[in-house]
Design a protein around this ligand. Structure first.
Ligand SMILES: *[C@@H]1O[C@H](CO)[C@@H](O)[C@H](O)[C@H]1NC(C)=O
Length: 185
């Protein structure tokens, strides 16, 4: 099982302001909103501060995950959702942590314990919340060797998922963009 997704690069991005505001809250995944292994899954949050954070996944069961794994190095708050395709083992007890980008021990939010179901399992029922804001990579001009793997996962994810987001992620992958090491092909 792969381990290093990316080394925690200390990005010299300045932290934005700390206005008193709505607290960061993770809404997906949760105990009711499971993920599916080797498929596209959605991370969703609410809140108005901080401006950015890092995303880690952890599991006390070391047979599932040997150590805390970085999924996203710097995630801007304003996107409010992100589709990722982590290569993780199916199992229960996973916990997501949203942390300070400069100090992963400074955990802003820890999710409920959630399950990653076996590849091919159905997703939880679709919520009304739109998965917008994650498609930074255009699907155009994305032909490359990785496109087939990307479209395979995006067609699977299309059931009950946002096509726009899937295509955006596939495009970003096809274009060779480093999506913060989320996708291990
Ligand atoms: C990182 O965060 C932890 C928890 O808030 C804190 O105890 C520690 O001092 C921080 N480390 C640095 C280098 O700021």
């Amino acid at each position: 099982m792969f381990a290093s997704v990316f080394s925690t690069v200390t990005v010299l991005a300045a932290l934005a302001g700390f206005a008193s505001a709505q607290q960061l809250t993770l809404t997906e995944p949760s105990s009711q909103r499971w993920w599916v292994a080797n498929s596209q899954n959605t991370l969703r949050w609410t809140g108005s501060t901080p401006a950015e954070f890092s995303v880690f996944i952890n599991n006390p069961d070391t047979s599932l995950l040997t150590s805390k794994l970085a999924l996203i190095s710097v995630q801007p708050l304003y996107e409010y959702s992100k589709t990722v395709t982590p290569t993780l083992k199916a199992g229960t007890g996973y916990v997501m942590e949203l942390t300070n980008i400069l100090n992963s021990s400074d955990i802003y939010v820890r999710s409920e314990s959630f399950e990653i179901k076996a590849a091919g399992s159905s997703y939880p029922p679709q919520t009304s919340a739109g998965a917008s804001g994650t498609a930074s990579g255009s699907a155009s001009g994305s032909a490359s060797g990785s496109a087939s793997a990307a479209s395979a996962s995006s067609s699977k994810a299309a059931a009950g998922r946002s096509n726009a987001v899937s295509m955006g992620v596939a495009g970003a992958m096809g274009a060779g963009a480093v999506v913060a090491g989320l996708v291990c092909l």
